[in-house]
Design a protein around this ligand. Structure first.
Ligand code: FDA
Length: 503
């Protein structure tokens, strides 16, 4: 009966063709489970005990979105907005309160035109990169390196990738957006005003409205770029190399981005640490080779380890596809593999000493599985003021750490063990990372740093996690939220609270 009433409400408020009933799925529909799971990217939230939505709307027209807002309000439901479903803690598709999912995967057109593009939120980064490459060999876009990530969540949380040191974040290159607000109005940059436009560029879109599409400014990339990947073990001097990397990675030519992935090795006769250095250079192999010889000879990068290719091929390289793989894989919306996972993040502002790096390696070996990924800042990131966008982690940060643990078995025990391991490593790192606040990256969603209990708007709860993600920009986000959604319709565990919600 409830399904019928909801469907009637949706139908009454949408005049679009195809009808909203053809894009609405209740648990009684045969395709409900597959629709729910298609973009559930963390297997941790696929268990039978995970709360399920009352229904899912997959809009193909803006009036489907408007009707969904009205009917959620009428029935007192929470709305979860999902684009690519990569939220690490599943906040785009799980809620303890009665809820529905607005799943945007059908809104995914990309129109590239003359150095700019309009991209809908349901597109993946792979689809965006592919569309750019079909129009131009000298344009690219600074965004994440995983092609299945959704544009909607990625852009509204900041969005960084391996061209960040040269061009900043995705949101530093967004020039317009279309959003449906809490009253169902469709707004663009001009009609939403600069405050709301500022807020959705890194403050998390889902606190403010549903972003349908983004206009971006493409960036110029050379026809030839150079990539490399080098592995080093503890025995080959990882400690000294990582130590030196901390002194050059944020200061070197901004055309160069060198990521470090640190993994514990736990074999019967070998307990060690392996480091992978993965690089993108916006230039040719010869230039890269001389740059590295001068600034970072400790890595021992030889000219024949420098691989030249086009920018679009470098996207495949960074996603571990073998050379020669067809660009069509960028259109594949399913990840190469799905995992049970938990991630956390930190910022490092002072180089860690060799002695302390060794302590970290020992802790990683003891804990067995959590890995660290170090991403260098500097360059363009240091030139942009921390108030320019809600994302505040600019000058003063040498690199960001991503903590990562993945596991294969379902069940409370495996997940409890993994969560415990990653939290222990995070605790161990406390002396070496940013303080007051200990900062985090919104797109590396982490509910451990605090939530609004019961999805309520609570300033005192919000300020705890909010300052970690947004530092001094949190207050401005609260002001924008209070103005555009005073009734707190767009609410979830880490939505921006409204002013006056002091409890
Ligand atoms: P999802 O649909 O889960 O949304 C995430 C959040 O945004 C939710 O709160 C959701 O409600 C909200 N939202 C989504 N669409 C919206 C819309 N249209 N309007 C309003 N709110 C909306 N990050 C990075 O910066 N660089 C990287 O290289 C990577 N790499 C990476 C690899 C892999 C495998 C994963 C799983 C994740 C990353 N990330 C990342 C993190 C990623 O940027 C982050 O999870 C994004 O929020 C994912 O966006 P989706 O649209 O896929 O997520």
């Amino acid at each position: 009966k409830q399904n019928k009433t909801i469907l009637q409400c949706l139908t009454d408020h949408s005049i679009a063709s195809p009808s909203i009933s053809s894009v609405t799925f209740f648990p009684t529909d045969p395709s409900f489970t597959s629709t729910l799971q298609s973009y559930t990217r963390n297997l941790r939230f696929t268990s039978t005990t995970t709360p399920k939505p009352l229904f899912i709307v997959v809009p193909s027209h803006v009036s489907h979105i408007q009707a969904s807002i009205i009917c959620c309000k009428t029935h007192g439901l929470e709305m979860r907005i999902r684009s690519g479903g990569h939220d690490y803690d599943g906040l785009s598709y799980v809620s303890k309160a009665p809820f529905m999912i607005l799943d945007l995967f059908n809104l995914r057109s990309v129109i590239v035109d003359n150095g700019t593009a309009w991209v809908e939120s349901g597109a993946t980064l792979g689809e965006l990169f592919y569309a750019i490459s079909q129009k131009s060999k000298i344009h690219g876009f600074p965004a994440g390196v995983c092609p299945t990530v959704g544009v909607g969540g990625h852009f509204s949380g900041g969005g960084y990738g391996n061209m960040m040191r040269k061009f900043g974040l995705s949101v530093d290159n967004v020039i317009d957006a279309k959003l449906v607000d809490v009253n169902g109005n469709v707004l663009d940059r001009e009609s939403m005003g600069e405050d709301l436009f500022w807020a959705i560029k890194g403050g998390g879109g889902a606190s403010f409205g549903i972003i349908i599409s983004w206009k971006i400014k493409l960036v110029s990339v050379p026809e030839i770029v150079t990539v490399f990947k080098i592995e080093k073990t503890l025995e080959q001097g990882v400690t000294g190399i990582v130590h030196k990397w901390q002194y050059i990675a944020d200061k070197i030519d901004p055309n160069l981005f060198i990521r470090v992935v640190l993994l514990p090795v736990n074999k019967k006769h070998l307990q060690s640490i392996k480091a992978k250095f993965i690089g993108l250079f916006l230039g040719n192999g010869q230039e890269l080779s001389s740059l590295m010889n001068e600034a970072f000879p400790e890595l021992g990068l030889s000219f024949d380890q420098c691989i030249e290719m086009s920018w679009i091929e470098s996207i495949l390289f960074w996603s571990n596809y073998p050379k020669g793989t067809s660009l069509d894989v960028l259109l594949d919306r399913q990840p190469q593999q799905e995992k049970y996972l938990k991630k956390k993040s930190d910022y490092v502002q002072e180089p860690i000493s060799k002695e302390n790096l060794e302590g970290i390696w020992n802790k990683m070996i003891e804990l067995k599985r959590p890995a660290l990924t170090l991403n260098p800042y500097g360059g363009k990131m240091s030139e942009i003021s921390e108030f320019e966008t809600p994302f505040p982690h600019r000058a003063g940060n040498i690199y960001k750490i991503q903590y990562s643990v993945t596991w294969k078995d379902d069940g409370v025990e495996a997940s409890g063990r993994s969560l415990d391991q990653i939290r222990k490593l995070y605790d161990y790192m406390t002396p070496y990372v940013s303080k007051s606040p200990r900062s985090s990256y919104l797109n590396y969603r982490d509910v451990d740093i605090g939530i609004n209990e019961n999805g309520n708007a609570s300033y005192s709860e919000g300020v705890i996690w909010g300052r970690k993600y947004f530092k001094g920009n949190f207050e401005r986000l609260v002001q924008v939220k209070s103005k555009v959604d005073p009734g707190n319709f767009f609410r979830y565990e880490q939505s921006i609270p409204c002013l006056g919600s002091w409890k």
